[in-house]
Design a binder for this molecule. Structure first.
Ligand code: TD4
Ligand code: CA
Ligand code: ZN
Length: 310
């Protein structure tokens, strides 16, 4: 059906009280696994592409692949720049086929973050492209020893309100205690859901959860059974994701779980068949496992069956 904007998909999710997965892709097999998983569940999908992915695969290859996927699929699909920092890349995405961009200026002081983000919003909205902004820093809560440190890192609800008003972003990524990667929590996993509730009450727009991989036990076991070493890996517990969705998270960023699935599947093939050297036999099972993982995500996020506006 062709690409649609992030705003379209996420405002529907906001109204319906569910979340849509934003899955990071770097190559054809990951993209196909994600898309197949969402098509089979009749779920909208956000294809997230980092600057690293663009540098790895090439801008034109990414756009051509995702456009083709959208044309071939009967589901709403968004092509979204994840963690945009480079002005040139952001501008190229806005003018070159993406339908949504994230401007990540969260490392800057509030005033600068607002100024930089507002500029991107002006540029993107002129082309009908939606914008995600970020406020606060992603860091596991356990790493914060003091209350002050915690306050400085997690998103302040009042600042969030001001940020949204003054920038005009279409959706906002607050920091509520998650972090990127496979090692999110040292002790017990805990998101600051009270803070999330207050942020949502003040801004109302769709909210985004970064660092939302759950690090499923069975995938972790697959990786380690075939020689991977990932001691102490820990993700966000699925029940906490569910609660976050009920409190207003509408976009859930997932990269690590796909990386783990790919790694586990590839390790298994290579370990079980020492003679294999056909890339299709090595990467095909990874594509299948990504598809399965995406099925589970869609069920958890509640986006199944929403492809037709249901
Ligand atoms: O925004 N993301 C994905 C980050 C992707 C980084 O890609 P590069 O290595 O190319 O920079 C997330 O929030 C993913 O969270 P997760 O819990 O899956 O790590
Ligand atoms: Ca950031
Ligand atoms: Zn992120």
């Amino acid at each position: 059906m062709g690409l649609v904007t992030g705003k379209e998909v996420l405002e529907a999710a906001n109204r319906g009280g569910y979340a849509v997965g934003a899955f990071n892709i770097n190559n054809l097999e990951i993209l196909q696994g994600v898309v197949a998983g969402c098509v089979e569940k009749s779920s909208p999908v956000i294809i997230a592409v980092s600057e690293g992915a663009i540098n790895y695969a090439g801008f034109d290859y990414i756009v051509a692949m995702v456009r083709t996927a959208a044309e071939l699929s009967p589901i709403p699909m968004v092509l979204h720049l994840d963690h945009g920092r480079d002005k040139e890349i952001i501008s190229r995405c806005i003018h070159g086929g993406f339908t949504s961009v994230m401007i990540d200026a969260s490392h800057l002081p509030l005033e600068d973050n607002i100024r930089v983000t507002r500029r991107v919003v002006e540029m993107a909205h002129a082309e009908g492209i939606s914008v995600e902004g970020e406020l606060g820093r992603l860091q596991g809560i356990e790493e914060m020893v003091s209350v002050e440190e915690r306050e400085a890192t997690l998103t302040d609800p009042q600042e969030a309100e001001r940020f949204v008003e003054e920038t005009g972003v279409d959706f906002l990524a607050p920091a509520i205690g998650t972090s990127h990667g496979a090692f999110k929590f040292k002790g017990k996993a805990k998101l600051d859901l009270k803070r999330l509730r207050e942020i949502k009450r003040r801004v109302g727009i769709p909210l985004v959860l970064h660092g939302a991989s759950t690090v499923p036990q069975r995938i972790l076991e697959l990786v380690t059974r075939y020689g991977g070493e990932l001691k102490e890996a820990k993700g966000v517990p699925p029940e906490q994701l569910k609660e976050a969705i009920s409190l207003g998270i509408n976009k859930i960023n997932t990269d690590t779980d796909l990386r783990l699935a790919l790694t586990g599947a590839v390790r298994k093939v290579l370990a079980e068949d020492r003679g294999v050297f056909d890339p299709r036999k090595i990467l095909g099972p990874a594509r299948d496992l990504i598809r399965e993982v995406v099925h589970e995500k869609v069920d958890l996020f509640g986006s199944g069956g929403k492809a037709l506006g249901g």
